[in-house]
Design a binder for this molecule. Sequence first.
Ligand SMILES: Nc1ncnc2c1ncn2[C@@H]1O[C@H](COP(=O)(O)OP(=O)(O)OP(=O)(O)O)[C@@H](O)[C@H]1O
Length: 501
Amino acid sequence: MVDEYQDVSPLQQRLLELWLGERDDLCVVGDASQTIYSFTGATPDHLLDFRTRHPGATVVKLVRDYRSTPQVVHLANGLLSQASGRAADHRLELVSQRDPGPEPGYTEYPDEPAEAEGAARRIRDLLDAGVPAAEIAVLFRTNAQSETYEQALADLGIPYQLRGAERFFDRPEVRKAGVALRGAARFGGNDTLLEDAVDLPSQVRAVLSGEGWTPQPPAGSGAVRERWESLAALVGLAQDFAAAQPGASLADLVAELDERANAQHAPTVQGVTLASLHSAKGLEWDVVFLVGVAEGMMPITYARTDEQIEEERRLLYVGVTRARERLHVSWALSRSPGGRPSRRPSRFLDGLRPGSGAAVGRAAGGGAGGIERGFTGAAAGAPLVRRRTQRTPARCRVCGRTLTDAGEMKLMRCEDCPSDMDEGLYERLRDWRAVQARRAGQPAFCVFTDKTLMAIAETVPEEEGELARIPGVGVRKFHRYGADVLAICAGHDVGGDDEEG
Ligand SMILES: Nc1ncnc2c1ncn2[C@@H]1O[C@H](COP(=O)(O)OP(=O)(O)OP(=O)(O)O)[C@@H](O)[C@H]1O
């Protein structure tokens, strides 16, 4: 008995033949529309030619779909109706056996971090409504996309597990890059590598060039490309960090990476699944978020030939058919906050998502609703000013001087300008922080650094917007600790006792 027979390689087929010998005692199960491993040499031809090789074989077409709602199946059928090539000639129109459910949702975001935060917020709502974390998955095209989602989930305190890949900061190339960046930060100006690097992103690019990063991606897919994508994700992180914290040094970036790695390493019990589309094969969840469904990612840029494009379509089909009840499809118009909104939603959704032009094949039609515009921060109702989008120069709130030192920016004043800190409040915040850190099993600075606590004790924020604007209070910390901090600032006792459990 062979499952996933559409994806057997010539070697596996040969092994099967050797096992079988002269016998015909064989059953194979497969779906040519789910062929997604052609790049490893696998081919659906063994499945499609089975009847020729075994003329006496009985063919059973399984068209009843017991997994997904009619709405999800409708989209899956719509995707395949536009497919071409040999596999598509053998496609089946699935018929859902389940009760109706919600229409798939489509959300467009201005940038990738906003998309990840949007998905994380929806997941938070689902968890609060009682959906088990194990019934939710976020599926993406490349493993390098995981970091943004790992961070967004960690920001909201949502446990997650990665499937088919190591956590971003555990990957060998990311660890090695971290060591190199740490070394360069320590040597600072004495490092000859950094001689020509004028700003933080170019310093990072210079250091990572020694680790295999190149301005252009390597040709093709596979492990080399995956490693490059990880390094490119680090370069992207450095660019975003430098844009949000003008004047930040390499050492500040290393501290930020450490903080992210710590936050993402919270122990998980049962979590939301983060997986690439390839490693989601054969699995299913009640709720599936298909993210990054934009041209360039889906189909991926290096898919050039018609066959490669068709394989990308099948990959999306695999993703759609993982959802039992709820499916959220999203994409971002630019990679980074403030970037040029040059991306467009995947061509595979043409004619299928509301508001898109007519499809080449039969449109899936149906489905009320439209595309949501996903925003973050204030636009989403939360009074957040996101660190990453902060563009105006930071100024000392005592003397007005432009601040360039990261520590001073956190304090929101020059180190030597007089502090008007409420000492009592500062102490109460420190006590509260110690309790939070113990509960989370993390060092205190992972909750808030001393500088951020000082800035809070000097500002004494009275409302959410004021707190959110304090550097060091990112989205994750705002959501996690904002209510407590505001209550402490208002003089309330938030129960700092460290009860177990
Ligand atoms: N006859 C049935 N009655 C009720 N539920 C069924 C029946 N057959 C399958 N299911 C359910 O449908 C879902 C999908 O089944 P299964 O995983 O076997 O499908 P599959 O064809 O292998 O899917 P894929 O290849 O797309 O991963 C599972 O949750 C399974 O329990």
